[in-house]
Design a protein around this ligand. Structure first.
Ligand SMILES: NC(=O)c1ccc[n+]([C@@H]2O[C@H](COP(=O)([O-])OP(=O)(O)OC[C@H]3O[C@@H](n4cnc5c(N)ncnc54)[C@H](OP(=O)(O)O)[C@@H]3O)[C@@H](O)[C@H]2O)c1
Length: 230
């Protein structure tokens, strides 16, 4: 664990598959992380599990407390809960960066693309949060169970947001989770990555694979390689 000056992160729904795996990587890379949950006890337990490394800075809190305390708020809850959690943290997230990971999967047909009426879950997040909150969408195509292991994951992370500098902050977060973040354009474009998750689930079923992923080819390496955790 290193001691760079890094933003404090809240991971709402950080007790779950994706949030917990991302939080673990960020904690190992020196970030201070607050695990958010509807239940503070569950959050504390999840934080305890991540706090074993020497110097690890991680604690648990309710989602709203986590969002209030952090500089960057990462949202990792199921699509069905996206609206309620974003509505809950809307005021506390004002002026902050919210990283939305929501894929609009509607069970039982998770292998079928079902985008929301706004066009993408990312645009839906921005509608719910309002103009006072900066939304960047990412991490739609990375399998949580692969992320939960050590080492690199054979998958790129497409990053969507209206401004380059905001996307860059999330490319940095991806890098610090040992993933290559790739600028993908506006929040409307997030529809493409969100839709691809249903395709990847179908691919996994068809081929009996567990972790089909996405790679963007043809990029110059120097600007796009993740920095590996020391
Ligand atoms: N799993 C993946 O591989 C993966 C990959 C890419 C993107 N995603 C996306 O990431 C998001 C999270 O996926 P996941 O698989 O990590 O989900 P998950 O494990 O099923 O749930 C994550 C957390 O969400 C919270 N939650 C559940 N229902 C809620 C509700 N009604 N209101 C508020 N919070 C609720 C729970 O935390 P508490 O009970 O502690 O509150 C839960 O631990 C989804 O939108 C998914 O599409 C997932």
């Amino acid at each position: 664990v290193n001691s760079r000056q890094l933003p404090e992160l809240a991971v709402l729904g950080g007790t779950g598959h994706l949030g917990h795996a991302l939080a673990r990587r960020w904690v190992l890379n020196g970030y201070s992380v607050i695990i958010g949950s509807r239940d503070a006890t569950r959050a504390a337990e999840a934080a305890l599990a991540l706090g074993q490394a020497p110097g690890a800075r991680v604690r648990g809190a309710t989602n709203i407390e986590a969002a209030r305390a952090a500089n960057i708020v990462v949202v990792t809850v199921p699509f069905a809960s996206q609206e309620s959690i974003l509505t809950e943290v809307r005021e506390t997230a004002r002026g902050k960066l919210v990283v939305d990971t929501t894929v609009p999967l509607i069970p039982p047909k998770v292998m079928r693309v079902q985008l929301p009426e706004e066009g993408s879950a990312a645009l839906r997040a921005q509608r719910i949060l309002g103009r006072g909150v900066t939304v960047v969408a990412a991490f739609h195509n990375v399998a949580a169970h692969l992320l939960a292991r050590d080492g690199t994951v054979d998958c790129d992370v497409l990053v969507f947001g209206e401004k380059k500098d905001d996307r860059e902050r999330v490319v940095d977060l991806a890098r610090d989770a040992q993933l290559r973040g790739v600028h993908g354009g506006s929040l409307a474009n997030s529809a493409a990555a969100e839709a691809l998750t249903s395709v990847l689930i179908f691919v996994n079923k068809h081929y009996g694979s567990m972790g089909a992923g996405l790679r963007i080819t043809g990029l110059p390496d120097a600007k796009s390689s993740p920095v590996l955790v020391a």
